[in-house]
Write a protein that binds this ligand. Structure first.
Ligand SMILES: CC(C)(COP(=O)(O)OP(=O)(O)OC[C@H]1O[C@@H](n2cnc3c(N)ncnc32)[C@H](O)[C@@H]1OP(=O)(O)O)[C@@H](O)C(=O)NCCC(=O)NCCS
Length: 159
């Protein structure tokens, strides 16, 4: 059994996120990058936890663009499930609940999130297929190639 919850334990979350998707970075490099690129107030982190509250996955959302004073386009910065927990439907559950939670969160803060953008590449093996199988229609998808790498962008309406 697992469920998702928003986490305020930033240190613990970043530790697991780095291990899962940025193992090439040192803790300091990762921390500096996250601090520089993503101010904590703009960043939403949702942790997928098991029965004993261990983090087994996570998702990160932030505001990508302000379309006008109220309307914002969100971006899914990262989503991951620890290797032993994959292919059990948890990534799909995390993705869908993250959309819902993010929509509620930004609405609570007076913003109108019109959609969420997700970008992935052919280097993230299986990721595009995961999104195709896990996002409920309607959504749009564009595919482009750059330097031999396929770049896939999903736009998911949140209304
Ligand atoms: C992508 C990721 C989050 C998927 O998590 P997950 O819990 O394994 O996903 P789910 O079990 O919910 O998968 C739902 C469906 O998506 C598809 N899918 C998931 N992983 C897939 C893969 N590697 N290859 C092809 N299809 C995949 C399948 O159709 C799957 O349903 P099925 O298992 O019944 O066939 C996980 O593999 C991961 O953490 N990968 C490393 C980080 C990463 O690449 N993140 C995305 C970067 S953009």
């Amino acid at each position: 059994m697992a469920r998702i919850e928003e986490t305020r334990d930033r240190r613990k979350f970043l530790k697991e996120e780095r291990k899962a998707i940025y193992p090439e970075l040192t803790i300091k490099q990762f921390q500096d990058w996250v601090d520089g690129e993503n101010p904590p107030y703009a960043l939403l982190q949702y942790a997928l936890v098991d029965d004993s509250q261990e983090i087994i996955g996570g998702a990160v959302v932030e505001v990508h663009d302000h379309l006008d004073e109220k309307r914002v386009l969100l971006v899914l910065d990262a989503i991951w499930v620890k290797s032993g927990w994959r292919r059990k439907g948890l990534g799909r559950q995390l993705l869908q609940e993250t959309f819902e939670e993010a929509r509620r969160y930004y609405q609570k803060h007076g913003l109108n999130p019109v959609g969420i953008m997700i970008q992935t590449t052919s280097l993230d093996e299986g990721a595009a297929e995961f999104y195709h199988q896990s996002i409920n229609p309607p959504y749009s998808v564009t595919e482009q190639e750059m330097d031999g790498v396929k770049i896939v962008v999903f736009l998911v309406p949140l209304k």
